[in-house]
Design a protein around this ligand. Structure first.
Ligand SMILES: Cc1cc2nc3c(=O)[nH]c(=O)nc-3n(C[C@H](O)[C@H](O)[C@H](O)COP(=O)(O)OP(=O)(O)OC[C@H]3O[C@@H](n4cnc5c(N)ncnc54)[C@H](O)[C@@H]3O)c2cc1C
Length: 584
């Protein structure tokens, strides 16, 4: 047996790198390619693999040491059978191989484009929604030359322009209008509100404008080049961008992040050319307040728009298979009760089968549930889901696989089937939410910059900003049952919360689900005011693997709605004194 010294290989332009992990100890047996040490520069981290199988004799470094090219890392007693006789038995060759791999990782020089290009990016980001701009900014912060391609002048994608932000600007107004009505029962009567939809639209546009303008500024500060136009792949290392004025340019890239998002799903049998038929983008324009509005689809977007238009004065009918599909049914029972009182009709287990435009209105036909065969509405909002845009970028020219639904498959590092092309956000799968897109964006940018990052979140919270709000994370009771997990639950009715009562929110509910054996929190759901803010605590608990006792024993401020999470966990463990719920 011979002993070799494993040294820090050629580290390119870097004088020193830091040891951030020592993955082996003296006496341990390792195989060829097993990772030994992780080192990190300010740009990248890399594991140094073992060139040969053997037994670690000694380790010369520890976490925190700064090492340079040639520094000794460890002594390895080589097991002869592992030596590749067809190449060499000498360690310098293996060292050279390791060195080459390391330098390649640090410099991240992927194969480059050999055609003519107008511009070159180390990282090209296609689409400037929350996924795209976050990825572009993070990559730039990590020292990359970034080009961000966006078809619209305004950055921010669906979320900032026609999604999360404009809807929340309107929902805030809706909330105030609803609260003002509720105050009548408390002895405070406001005059009937006068709604100026032009001012309301202006307010919403101002909010959007401030945020999208801010993004342009942030791109400038980071020296991210923004190219406006529609981008399509022309090869695995280039895209062509067609601008609105007809001009075209080719941009070559080392790495690409595809963040082209999703588009409204258009039901085929609807007369879309009739201005009275809306998708969510039209509804956010608040051009008119219909007397009777039909909302097709009872998911988050449909129900949020119902909240807005009801508050503005419309009579709302909702049709769809179920209210908030995929949400814990205990929450939906409580939520559904409030909605039934408020809206003209809610037809679940029903669907729209046809729409005919007439002078009197849009004549709608239905099937299923308790829906009538026919009814006439002033406007119809179709909110039945969104389609990913993966099929619209000539992905095949880059060798990129897109599934039949338009989604691009990625691994936990957001890498597609093409090594240097990544994808994030709505285009990679459900849930189509902005905070999922931004989380994935950072992973993609950091992986490109050489960091060892993976998507390993335990849960992605969801919020319907309806009135009342509904928020949830982790598993639902139905899911736990279906997968056969032994679980327990704690449910706290807000009617017993002093804070909820004083805010007129006693119909709320907080529910926690946890593993019967480990007591780890597995899921949570909240219906009630500010549920969207409150759910973060349960999300953190699930992410940290907290047990329900951890939450139950955490002192929560009184009187707050956050106590309801505390109380639900107390109900679960039988220690709640705010309601009578002895442990069975
Ligand atoms: C009404 C509504 C309300 C919503 N509310 C919420 C909410 O409250 N919370 C939440 O988390 N999520 C919400 N969402 C969902 C959220 O908007 C999306 O999940 C999020 O925007 C996805 O981000 P993304 O970056 O993947 O894609 P997108 O935001 O869709 O951005 C993609 C961008 O790529 C551009 N693009 C596409 N193809 C090309 C191309 N070939 N060349 C150049 N540019 C291209 C598009 O113009 C767009 O700007 C809402 C959505 C809607 C419709």
């Amino acid at each position: 047996m011979s002993t070799i010294t494993i040294k820090v290989p050629d580290i390119g332009d870097f004088d020193k790198v830091e040891v951030i992990e020592v993955l082996v100890t003296a006496g341990e047996t390792v195989n060829v390619e097993d990772s030994l040490i992780t080192v990190e520069s300010d740009k990248a981290s890399m594991e140094i693999p073992s060139p040969q199988a053997g037994i670690i004799k000694s380790v010369s470094v520890q976490v925190g040491d700064n090492v340079s090219e040639g520094s000794n890392l460890l002594e390895l007693e080589v097991i002869e059978s592992s030596i590749d006789k067809t190449t060499t038995t000498e360690s310098p060759v293996a060292e050279e191989q390791a060195s080459k791999a390391f330098t390649e990782t640090l410099n991240m020089q992927a194969d480059s484009y050999d055609g003519e290009a107008d511009q070159h990016a180390q990282v090209l980001v296609l689409g400037a929604g929350p996924g795209g701009y976050t990825a572009a900014f993070r990559a730039a912060d990590l020292g990359k030359k970034v080009i961000l391609v966006e078809k619209y002048d305004s950055l921010g994608g669906v979320c900032l322009n026609v999604g999360c932000i404009p809807s929340k600007a309107l929902l805030h107004v809706a909330e105030v209008l609803e609260e003002a009505k509720e105050f009548t029962d408390l002895g405070v009567v406001f005059n009937q509100p006068e709604i100026d939809i032009n001012k309301l639209r202006k307010h919403k546009n101002n909010v959007v404008g401030k945020l999208t303008g801010g993004l342009k500024q942030l791109a400038k500060q980071r020296k991210v080049t923004v190219v406006n136009g529609y981008g399509k792949f022309t090869s695995s290392h280039s895209i062509e961008v067609a601008a609105a004025d007809g001009s075209k340019q080719v941009i070559s890239f080392d790495n690409c992040i595809v963040s082209v998002g999703s588009s409204v799903f258009k039901l085929p049998f609807i007369p879309w050319d009739d201005k009275r038929v809306w998708d969510s983008t039209d509804a956010l324009e608040v051009n008119t307040i219909p007397e009777r509005l039909l909302i097709v689809g009872a998911g988050i977007i449909g129900l949020e728009m119902a909240t807005v238009y009801h508050a503005l004065g419309s009579k709302i009918t909702i049709v769809g298979p179920e209210l908030l599909p995929g949400v814990d049914r205990d929450l939906i029972r409580s939520f559904g009760r409030t909605l039934t009182k408020r809206y003209e009709n809610i037809f679940v287990k029903a669907h729209l089968t046809g729409v005919t435009a007439s002078d009197e209105g849009l004549i709608c036909e239905f099937e299923g549930g308790k829906a009538p065969q026919q009814d006439t509405f002033d406007n119809v909002l179709v909110a039945v889901g969104r389609t990913p845009n993966g099929n619209l970028v000539d992905a095949e020219k880059a060798g990129l696989l897109v599934d039949d639904n338009g989604f691009i498959n990625v691994d936990t590092q957001m890498r597609t089937n093409v090594d240097h092309i990544y994808a994030i956000g709505d285009v990679v799968g459900q849930p189509m939410l902005a905070h999922k897109a931004t989380h994935e964006a950072k992973i993609a940018a950091e992986v490109i910059a050489g960091y060892k990052r993976h998507f390993d979140a335990r849960t992605i919270p969801s919020v319907a900003y309806t009135s009342p709000e509904v928020a949830w994370c982790g598993k639902t009771e139905e899911e736990l049952k279906a997968e056969g997990t032994e679980y327990e639950k704690g449910l706290f009715p807000w009617a017993a919360s002093g804070r909820a009562l004083s805010m007129g929110s006693e119909m709320g509910t907080t529910k926690v689900l946890y593993d019967k054996n480990s007591h780890q929190m597995l899921g949570a759901g909240i219906v009630g005011k500010n549920a969207g803010e409150l759910i973060a605590e349960a999300t953190l608990a699930i992410e940290m693997g907290a047990e329900i006792e951890d939450v139950a024993l955490t002192i929560h401020p009184h009187p707050t709605l956050s106590e309801t999470i505390n109380f639900a966990t107390e109900v679960a463990e039988g220690s709640c004194t705010d309601i009578y719920a002895p442990k069975k």
